[in-house]
Structures are given as C-alpha cells and as structure tokens.
Design a protein around this ligand. Structure first.
Ligand code: AMP
Length: 381
C-alpha cells in the first residue's frame, strides 16, 4: 500500500522506517516546499500535492497544524485517516475544549478569550495563576503567557491583543485562558483506534518537561487504576472523533485524578520508547490502523525510557556500549532547542531501568542535557 504523510519531519521518517518491513511505501508532503518527498531523504522529490493524493491509497498526518485547504483536498479524496475534523480539533485548543466538555472529560477550568471583555471575564471566572494559550499553532509551550499577579493584567492583555491582531481574517485566532493546575506529575497515553471502533492503549508514560519541551519519558511496569482511567478517557476522546490511527492524550495527574491537558491527533514524542518497550511500536500501529491491518500488542514488554536530544547533533558514542541503549537521529541540521534525535533505554525491571538511566545520564554532557541526571536521580530515590 502507498501512504502519504502530511508533514515531512521526524515522525514521518519514523513511520517510513516502521513501514518498510510491512512493504508499505511511505511518502511525505513537505508543507514548506509544497512537494511530495521521500521522508528518509528529503532531497528526493516526487511532485505536487495533487499527484501525491492521486498516487496514495491512504493519507495520514504527522502534525496537526496543517493548512485547512490542504486538509480539505485530502478529505475530499476519501483517503484521509484520521479525518480532517479530528486533525483540526487537535490543532485548535477551542475545539479540544468543546470535545472534552461534550464527553464530560475532566480538564483544567478555562475561558475562551478574543476581546478585552473576555479577558476580564476570564480573570473573574478563574483564580490566579492563569496560563493563556493561543488556540491555534501553539505547541511545546509556544504562544503562551502566564499571569501570577493581578497587577500584570494590562501588560499581559497588551501582548495578547497584539498577538491576536496578527491573525489572518480567514483563520481567526483566540486565546484559551486556563487555571494553572497544581499537578503532581505529567503523564500521557498513546493509544490506537481502528475504523471498526476497536482500541488498544500503551501503558501510561510519565513525562518530564524542560522549558515546556519534553525531555524524558518513562514507561514503567505498574498496574494501577490510573491506566484504566486514562484508557477510559482515550476511548471517549477517540470515539468522539471517530478516530482512526494513533492518538496521544497528555494529562496532569492531581492525586488520583487525571485532567486532560491536550490531545495530539498523531504519533507522539512521549511514545518513542515503544520502539523498544513494546512488541509493536506506535509508528507501526499507526500504519496498521490507517491501512486497516490487524493491530499489534501495545503491552509493555520491558520498562523503558526515552531521552530527547535537543539542539545538539552529537552525543558520546560510548552510550552505545551500554546495554539496551539505542540512538535514533532524525538527520536534521542543528538549531538551538531543536528536536534532533532521541535515545531509548530499557531494563528487565524498573530498578534495572533506573540503574541504566543513571549510567546513561552520567555519560551525557550536562550542558546539552542539564535536567536529565537531576530528574532521574530524584526519581530513583
Ligand atoms: P502545553 O503546550 O499546553 O502542553 O503546555 C506546556 C507546558 O506548560 C505543560 O507541559 C505544563 O508543564 C505547563 N502547563 C500547561 N497548562 C498548564 C496548566 N493549566 N496548569 C499547569 N501547568 C500547565
């Protein structure tokens, strides 16, 4: 089968790698150059979007911020999975909130802001501190403002008003004001749904962020009620979108309750550990779902973790001498903070995983991985 992925980044690349053993032919649409490319060698081009749509049996996406005209063309072909509605919902925090509310899924208290009047209402309805997030095009902590003190109101509104004024009239922007949650930790669930409504979910993953960007994901062996709670929410959200493919849900854990932070209608950075912690990784299961093939097991076969490589294109090669460590580079040119690759590591038990993580973290230069060793050391205690 021929699959066209909208977006030509590392997620399309890892889908292409996962698709090779299944004889799936993966091409990617690069939204910047407007060309269909080989996701493993972006210099090899195949033509424009229209011919890409025509050639493909199935079209899917690696990111949610895709222009609506591209989505409309793909949807009209009848080949797009998940649907353009599902992709747009993941790309617009307003639609996400409507979806969550309509399925009674717990999330942070919020208010939509487009005008100063809305802003003042948000300040009345929510208590400080408040986080303001752009409805469109916000990810990895971008397009966000935080307000701790009422005296900041005019300054914060001024910045947001300028931001709102830059939006194109055909794509009206808004801000979602959200009560800051005093969470215990951040976790995510990556799951997969087929067109027949069947679902499977990977184990809940603990995520450690640094400056709003994912740094480490930990998938440990545990059998707690949180997994069932997350899987139930996954079924509501994925079912509500009539979703096909892999979908990720990020949560704040407060005590024993999960509040949804956001949903990502695609394979997700917090699911990269599945490349060696599960029999079938998220990339392959996404392809199996959109190609209507049987799904593979999402069970944890060994506790695993992932460390993101941000802004650097080298790590000591010695890390490869550690047991169960694998390196995944994305072949991208270096930019500060850019996701360049990731490192996976596994252990036979949670304890062994922690030991290996500590050994690995000690080999990683502190200037490129400043928070990794402190985070893992604190977890191990
Ligand atoms: P987001 O882009 O929504 O994932 O936000 C980036 C990061 O900001 C999250 O991973 C959290 O660490 C933090 N954050 C976002 N929303 C909230 C909230 N309502 N309460 C507390 N922290 C938040």
């Amino acid at each position: 089968m021929k699959v066209l992925v909208l977006g030509a980044g590392q997620l399309a690349r890892m889908m292409a790698l996962a698709g090779i053993p299944l004889n799936l032919n993966i091409k990617a649409y690069d939204v910047a150059s407007k060309q269909v490319v080989d996701p493993l060698n972006l210099a090899v081009t195949y033509g424009d979007l229209a011919s890409g749509i025509n050639e493909a049996d199935v079209i899917t996406a690696e990111f949610e911020h895709i222009s609506h005209d591209v989505l409309a063309l793909c949807q009209a072909s009848g080949k797009l999975k998940p649907s353009s509605t599902a992709i747009k919902t993941g790309g617009d925090r307003r639609l996400e909130k409507i979806l969550l509310e309509s399925h009674n899924v717990a999330n942070a208290k919020h208010h939509i802001v487009a005008t100063r009047q809305d802003f003042d209402q948000a300040l009345t309805k929510l208590s400080l501190p408040i986080i303001f997030k752009s409805a469109l095009e916000g990810y990895d902590g971008k397009g966000q403002w935080r307000m701790k003190d009422a005296s900041q109101a005019d300054g914060v509104w001024q910045e947001m008003a300028e931001f709102l004024a830059q939006a194109k009239p055909e794509n009206p922007q808004a801000i979602v004001a959200e009560q800051m949650v005093q969470f215990d930790r951040e976790v995510s669930m990556v799951g997969v749904r087929k067109a027949d409504g069947s679902t499977l979910a990977y184990p809940l993953t603990e995520n450690h962020h640094s400056n709003g960007v994912l740094s480490v994901s930990l998938a440990l062996a545990s059998d707690n009620a949180l997994q069932a709670q997350a899987a139930d929410i996954f079924d509501k959200v994925a079912g509500g979108l009539d979703y096909v493919g892999v979908l990720a849900i990020e949560f704040f854990q407060v005590g024993e309750q999960l509040l949804v932070n956001e949903i990502a209608p695609r394979v997700h950075n917090s699911g990269h550990w599945t490349q060696q912690g599960a029999d079938v990784c998220q990339f392959e299961n996404h392809l199996r779902s959109v190609c209507d093939l049987p799904l593979g097991s999402t069970a944890l076969i060994r506790p695993s973790a992932m460390i993101n490589v941000l802004g650097t294109d080298t790590v000591p090669t010695d890390i490869l001498s550690l047991p169960s460590v694998s390196m995944h580079w994305y072949g991208k040119s270096k930019r500060p903070g850019r996701k360049m690759g990731h490192i996976n590591v596994s252990g036979a038990s949670n304890e062994q995983l922690y030991q290996r993580l500590i050994e690995l973290a000690r080999l990683l230069p502190a200037e490129d991985f400043p928070d990794v060793l402190p985070y893992i050391s604190a977890k191990q205690q």
